[in-house]
Design a protein around this ligand. Structure first.
Ligand SMILES: Cc1ncc(C[n+]2csc(CCOP(=O)(O)OP(=O)(O)O)c2C)c(N)n1
Ligand SMILES: [Mg+2]
Length: 303
């Protein structure tokens, strides 16, 4: 867990932040559901679902703030929206119209990377370049569990460590690399591996956005203070197949899929904030309207 030597950076989200966490999770879920429909109708060629990853993505992205540069993998749609990528811009790639639908410099969210782990070296290199140009803020690199098996990830962690690069590695460990289970790819956790390279790290569950937010806020404080890398491994559940072309029922047990659905981070957090009175009916109605508008925009552009 998070080191006890950093209590001054323990950042618990206040109620405004909690509503923001939930709002972005609901928007991302709406986007994902609409994207599935569009793929069935032929508007999108492919869609990698983020369902189950919402708390990990929104919690981490809100914790690091808007100034850092995000270097994503290919599933970070919640982070993209949060950074200001529009639904139309995000959809363009999955409709096969362009390699990248947004301006990466405007939103500080780099193009999706299909070549597993290539983004890790791009991110570390970019961070080193930033520092050489006298810029202080850091880079957030997203990676999946399976992609950490690529040599690029080992090179990137080593380079980040020896150069003391200001990089936050966020590993969303959903337990699968398509059909290959994580336990067949590694003997230690990714967090443990990072420590072997000399990078401080933490491993956390990823169903509660507040846990993710706090861990990533501490990690960000560590990076800013030490000017050194950090890795957060977030264990998430994968609700859908790897992409819309993947029939996960072939290689996953029904219980395993049911378990991931039962641990849905979006419905759980919505219920919690509702019970706590942090979000009321009027608030939910307003966010529902936002979700509907987002879905209609996507439909109008791609159906
Ligand atoms: C270099 C490379 N090898 C293989 C692939 C094919 N491939 C695409 S996604 C994937 C699994 C990645 O799993 P993980 O990193 O855990 O991310 P997840 O999809 O689970 O979010 C594989 C093997 C690829 N895109 N790039
Ligand atoms: Mg995975």
């Amino acid at each position: 867990m998070v080191s006890k030597s950093e209590p001054e950076y323990a950042t618990d989200p206040d109620d405004d932040t909690r509503r923001l966490l939930l709002r972005h999770m609901l928007l991302a879920r709406g986007l994902d559901e609409e994207a599935h429909q569009l793929q069935k109708q032929g508007g999108f060629i492919l869609w990698p679902s983020l369902q189950g990853h919402e708390a990990a993505q929104v919690g981490s992205a809100l914790a690091v703030g808007p100034a850092s540069t995000v270097v994503p993998s290919y599933r970070e749609h919640a982070v993209a929206l949060l950074r200001g990528v529009t639904p139309e811009e995000l959809g363009a790639q999955w409709a096969g119209r362009t390699f990248c639908g947004w301006d990466p410099f405007r939103v500080r969210f780099f193009p999706y990377t299909m070549v597993l782990a290539a983004q890790t070296l791009h991110g570390v290199g970019y961070s080193i370049g930033q520092r050489l140009q006298g810029r202080e803020d850091f880079v957030v690199v997203y990676i999946g569990d399976g992609a950490t098996s690529e040599g690029d990830m080992s090179e990137a962690m080593n380079l980040a460590a020896v150069e003391s690069a200001s990089v936050l590695f966020v590993c969303q460990n959903n337990g699968w690399a398509i059909s290959k289970p994580a336990e067949e790819q590694m003997r230690t956790s990714v967090a443990e591996r990072a420590r072997g390279f000399g990078i401080e790290s933490v491993e956390i569950p990823g169903h509660d956005p507040e846990t993710v937010f706090s861990a990533c806020a501490r990690a960000a404080a560590h990076i800013r203070r030490e000017r050194a890398p950090y890795l957060v491994e977030i264990r998430v559940g994968r609700i859908n197949g790897h992409t819309t072309t993947d029939a996960q029922e072939v290689y996953r047990t029904a219980e395993d899929i049911a378990q991931a659905r039962a641990a849905d981070p979006v419905t759980a957090y919505a219920a919690r904030l509702s019970e706590l009175g942090v979000a009321d009916t009027a608030w939910f109605e307003a966010v529902d309207a936002e979700v509907r508008e987002l879905r209609e925009r996507l439909m109008k552009e791609y159906a």
